[in-house]
Structure formats: structure tokens, C-alpha cells
Design a protein around this ligand. Structure first.
Ligand code: TLP
Length: 346
């Protein structure tokens, strides 16, 4: 049976070029600073996002946690969007490990309005946790892959600077945002002090993310990574795949935007399914299935039987994340499968 994997772009497999590069990678002990391939990846990554330095980390979750640990002291407040990944899906690490507390800002589909952010940042007062960090997720996962544009970023940056705060971007999928906006990624990252992006999602590397910022920030983050047990030894075998990801896989992400649009357009024609087309900007399609009288899990289980795999956003939300393993024909097949399911339950 045909298998169409839309649960996440984290399911992407390494390319043959990556496997070859991993096989051939020159390695050393990276905790001692002696892995030439890790160094090469970190230099390339820093250049790519226009920052002084970068750190190779095992996951996006660790990259975000390190940003909080490194920018904040215990008891500091992080101003962030209410459905952001760092708050919603990172197991409370920012509080459990870094000792920071979140101050949540509601938004429409993940893109914060600068005025709301301004209101959320409280004046210095003995009763309040000091707000030291503003976090922005671009693209926004739960918002449906939505993009914060340059004007908004610039306004957010202005607010943070005025209040003496740092800004961190969870840019797990920042190259998707750059494609959508039609700008070099450095135009986005110029507005933040630090950025985390993932090599292991649409870029198809098997493991790893990057945290980038100033030399000084990254050297403190490197020490914090050691505290978390994230010092990796011959990590060049993984970094080698990351280099291929950055050199060969960035441009093709536009194909994933095209498949996402095809899927969303097909779904929007099906009675009982609602897709907010305004949020379909990159490689994520969020849709609501309340009209079918099923729960997310019932829906996902039913279509999985036909080989089409989605993730759930209970109670009635479904998420598809397009990636290099799915084609336009796969999207048409997914739409047909759902059309049949919808007709059978209505
Ligand atoms: N997101 C995963 C799941 O955790 C939900 C996915 O399938 O989309 N920031 C953002 C915006 C993310 O989407 C993710 C992963 C992360 C951070 C964390 O990256 P990893 O999984 O490498 O820790």
C-alpha cells in the first residue's frame, strides 16, 4: 500500500549524499573542540544566518532551552506567543531547567501583534519577574506554518530594545519563512539576538539543530550545553549530514510549499472540512474536521488505514506537514481518501 507521511517533516530520511558524507566525515572529540566537521558546520551555519558564531545541538528543544538558559537568570520572565512550541511542546523545560517563567501573548494564528507584546511587558516593579527575553517563532507551528513578516519583526525588535530585552527566534523552519517572504534568511535573523533552526526537519538531516548568535553568547551556550549533557564526541558524523542539508536542501523547500497548497485547496472543497487558507503559507496545513462529527484521533486512524498519516491537534484539529517524500499525486490521493471518508460519515 502507498504510504503518505504527513505527520511531520521530522520523518524525512537522510539523502544518499548525506549518508556518503557521514561515512567519509573527518572526526575528532568535539567536547575538546577537535571535530573538524562540526567546526565546519558551525561556521557555515553562522554565516548562513548572519551571526558571529553557532553551536551544533542534538535537537531544537535543546537549542531553545539553551537560549533561555543563556539569555536569562533564574526567575526571569520570557514574553512569548501563547501557543508557541517552547511553551506548548517542550515539556516545561524553560521553567524546570532554566528557572524562567513564561508570559503569554495571545495572537491570531501565531503572529504576535506588536501592541499586544508592548502591553505584556510590565514596568520594573518589585512584585514582578524581570522580563528579559522576547521569543518569536517563525514559522509558527501551531499557527499552521504562518510567517511573521519583516515589518512586524522590526517592530518587535524595537519594543524589545526599548525595554532592554533580548530576542530569540525559534526558527525551526526559518528557511521556509524566508522563501515565503522572498528575502534572504539574514533579513529575518538580523532582527534577533539568537536563532535556533533545525537541520532535521524539511532539510532532511537525521539529527540536529543549530543555535546561533554572538561569539560571547555561543561560548556561554556551549558551556550550558555541557551542563545539559549535550557535549557530543565524534559528532562530525552527524554534522556532515547537516552540511549537506544546508548546502543542498534549502532551495527545494519551495516544493513543500506547493504540495501544501495543493493539499489545502483540495481539502477546502470537501464538505465537513474547514481550512483557513490564509494560514497556508509554508509547508504546514492545519484543518478542522468538526463538520464530520469525528474526533481528531478517529479521523487520523481512519485515513491511516488507507496509508495517509496525519498528526492530531485535538479535539478536532488535524495537521499535515509536507516534506520531500510526498508528491503532488500523493496530495491528490490524500484528498480523494478524505473525500471518500467524508462521504461515508455524512
Ligand atoms: N516540532 C515537532 C513536534 O515537537 C511538534 C513537529 O513535528 O513539528 N520549534 C518548533 C517550531 C518545532 O516545530 C519543533 C519540533 C521544535 C522547536 C523542536 O525541535 P526538536 O524536535 O528537534 O526538539
Amino acid at each position: 500500500m502507498r504510504r503518505i507521511e504527513l505527520r511531520s517533516d521530522t520523518f524525512t530520511l537522510p539523502t544518499n549524499e548525506m549518508r556518503q558524507a557521514m561515512f567519509e566525515a573527518e572526526v575528532g572529540d568535539d567536547v575538546w573542540g577537535e571535530d573538524p566537521t562540526v567546526k565546519r558546520l558551525e561556521e557555515l551555519a553562522a554565516r548562513k544566518v548572519g551571526k558571529e558564531a553557532a553551536l551544533f545541538v542534538p535537537s531544537g528543544t535543546m537549542g531553545n532551552l539553551l537560549s533561555v538558559m543563556t539569555h536569562c537568570r533564574r526567575g526571569d520572565e520570557v514574553v512569548m506567543e501563547s501557543e508557541c512550541h517552547l511553551y506548548y511542546y517542550e515539556a516545561g523545560g524553560m521553567s524546570a531547567v532554566a528557572g524562567a517563567i513564561p508570559r503569554l501573548v495571545s495572537s491570531e494564528n501565531g503572529v504576535m501583534c506588536p501592541d499586544d507584546v508592548k502591553r505584556a511587558i510590565r514596568e520594573s516593579n518589585i512584585h514582578y519577574a524581570p522580563p528579559t527575553l522576547l521569543e518569536v517563532e517563525n514559522t509558527h507551528n501551531r499557527g499552521g506554518g504562518t510567517v511573521t513578516d519583516i515589518a512586524t519583526l522590526s517592530a518587535l525588535e524595537g519594543i524589545a530594545r526599548e525595554r532592554g530585552m533580548r530576542i530569540h527566534m525559534d526558527g525551526a523552519r526559518v528557511f521556509h519563512a524566508a522563501h515565503y517572504l522572498g528575502v534572504p534568511v539574514t533579513e529575518i535573523t538580523a532582527h534577533v539576538d539568537s536563532i535556533m533552526f533545525c537541520l532535521s526537519k524539511g532539510l532532511s538531516a537525521p539529527v540536529g539543530s543549530i543555535l546561533a548568535g554572538t561569539e560571547e553568547f555561543i561560548s556561554r551556550a556551549r558551556r550550558n550545553r555541557k551542563i545539559l549533557g549535550g557535549g557530543m564526541r565524534q559528532a562530525g558524523v552527524l554534522a556532515a549530514a547537516g552540511i549537506v542539508a544546508l548546502e543542498q536542501m534549502v532551495d527545494r523547500l519551495v516544493d513543500d510549499h506547493a504540495t501544501a497548497r495543493r493539499l489545502a485547496e483540495g481539502l477546502s472543497q470537501i464538505p465537513g472540512i474547514s481550512v483557513n487558507m490564509r494560514t497556508v503559507q509554508t509547508n504546514i496545513v492545519g484543518f478542522d474536521i468538526s463538520g464530520l462529527g469525528m474526533t481528531s484521533s478517529q479521523f487520523a486512524a481512519a485515513v491511516a488505514e488507507q496509508g495517509v498519516h496525519f498528526s492530531t491537534m485535538p479535539p478536532h484539529g488535524i495537521r499535515a506537514v509536507t516534506n520531500r517524500h510526498v508528491s503532488m499525486e500523493d496530495m491528490d490521493f490524500a484528498v480523494e481518501t478524505i473525500k471518500e471518508l467524508a462521504a461515508s460519515v455524512r
